[in-house]
Ligand binder design. Sequence first.
Ligand SMILES: [Zn+2]
Length: 278
Amino acid sequence: MSVASPLPLLIVVVLAGLWVVWLWRQPRRQAHRRERLQAAPFPEAWERILRRRVPLTRSMPPDLLAQLKRHIQVFVAEKAFIGCEGQPITDEVRITVAAQACLLLLNRPTDYYPRLRQILVYPRAFWVPRTQPDEHGLVHADDELRAGESWDEGQVILAWDEARDGARIPDDAFNVVLHEFAHQLDAENGLSNGAPDLGSPQRHVRWAEVMRAAFAELQGQVARGEETVLDPYGASEPVEFFAVATEAFFERAQDLKQVQPALYTELARFYRVDPAGW
Ligand SMILES: [Zn+2]
């Protein structure tokens, strides 16, 4: 009778143990790596790009600007930028996009858009194939021109000219980067429904009340052909409403605070900043 050697089993157990320890230490390694990135000096060339390309940063309180720079350093180290259709990925592209994306992270505990792996950048608006059923149930293929897209599966797609102009004009409430990254925040709790993770059920109840009323108000204004602070596109569905409200919150903060104070307050509680005072 032969007896099986216990050695292979022992090796498997040791390897499994090492793997568990490696996984267990992963968050701590990531935290240390981020601390190192944040502690590194912010390159002068990036500073110049911020001043030139993202004018909103010129009026931000200094402590928030310092925080934003630390976030940018982590963001550009962790996220892959991929140029499409010949778009070069320069520091100009990376810092301009990262600065706007990281505005949404200020003062909040953040894991830096954990589901997001890469940002695809096209030179200009891009066509995406779409299929839509008509009222008879027939499906039609129809291409659509897009300035940006946010995917739940780890990807944001941007048109560089739109991302650049969105930053360059900081007070028109049109900002494709803020819009698409608001969709990323919305999807972080696993549900893209116009409500990001707010922490408690009570907060969700209040959020739903305020958003429902503001959404209905925008739909009414759009139907009556009135001028709106929010992009009328926000009246299409609640998911778009949150993304559009985020654009207005950062880019037309004073106007939004004046005409929709409850909406402004709710967004300020979530984003933990007060851009009306910048
Ligand atoms: Zn959208």
